[in-house]
Ligand binder design. Structure first.
Ligand code: SAH
Ligand code: DHB
Ligand code: MG
Length: 216
């Protein structure tokens, strides 16, 4: 086991303090054959903290999978708040709905099935927080939409922006790498946001996430 796996587990145990509902969501996703690519517990808790920091009444998630990150996000909603989470695969959405039901969060969450680029135009903003974590080749388009559906002070988080370091290869033809690089070009040229990105190592290996603050 890599040292960062051990440290991640130590930090999880000490600080994150997952619970049965979250564990059950991962277990049910695994049993249903969903890939083990949910955010890590530490990352999930960060989403929960961010939701509270922005006093989120409305949260947008792109890429639901089994609803693990959705549980963290929805738990961070202000009272009466709502999460809209977009998922292309019906089976993933079905698992997510069950997990959210078990978490007691079903009334606060709207799981919408379909390719996000088809469902996004149906949404009405503003969202206080957006979490982009779907197919990486569409990252720039998703960011454009999230920004469109934001207000000044909204926060946009994008998962998987380092991809084991592959992001710095200008000759890469990998769709995910191209997607992240296109996203960064867009963000760099976008005066309405201030953005940064943090590299991460841990139970999900070497990756990172970007955080953008909507200024105007
Ligand atoms: N946010 C989840 C993990 C998402 S994995 C968590 O941390 O728990 C990425 C998800 O995006 C998968 O479920 C995949 O089916 C979905 N996805 C892929 N392409 C998509 C698209 N075009 N529109 C919406 N969802 C998509
Ligand atoms: C993959 C997708 C993710 O969102 C992630 O966090 C890790 C891996 C993947 O498609 O392999
Ligand atoms: Mg991800």
């Amino acid at each position: 086991m890599e040292i960062w796996d051990k440290v991640d587990r130590y930090l999880e145990e000490k600080l994150v303090q997952s619970d049965e509902v979250l564990e059950a969501a991962l277990e049910a996703s695994d049993k249903a054959g969903l890939p083990a690519i949910s955010v890590s517990p530490s990352h999930g808790k960060l989403l929960w903290i961010l939701a509270q920091l922005v006093n989120a009444k409305r949260i947008l998630e792109i890429g639901t999978l089994g609803g693990y990150s959705a549980i963290w996000l929805a738990r961070g909603l202000a009272p009466g708040g709502r999460l809209v989470t977009l998922e292309a695969v019906e089976k993933h959405a079905a698992v997510a709905r069950q997990n959210l039901e078990r978490a007691g969060l079903a009334p606060a969450v709207d799981v919408r099935v379909g390719p996000a680029l088809a469902t996004l135009p149906q949404l009405e903003g503003p969202f206080d927080l957006s979490f982009i974590d779907a197919d990486k080749q569409n990252n720039a388009e998703y960011f454009r939409w999230a920004l469109e559906l934001s207000r000044p002070g909204s926060v946009i988080v994008v998962d998987n922006v380092v991809l084991e370091g592959a992001v710095v290869d200008p000759r890469s033809r990998d769709a995910a790498v191209l997607g992240v690089r296109k996203l960064n070009e867009l963000v760099a040229a976008e005066p309405r946001v201030a953005a940064t990105a943090i590299q991460t190592v841990g139970v999900k290996g070497y990756d990172g996430f970007a955080v953008a603050l909507v200024l105007r």
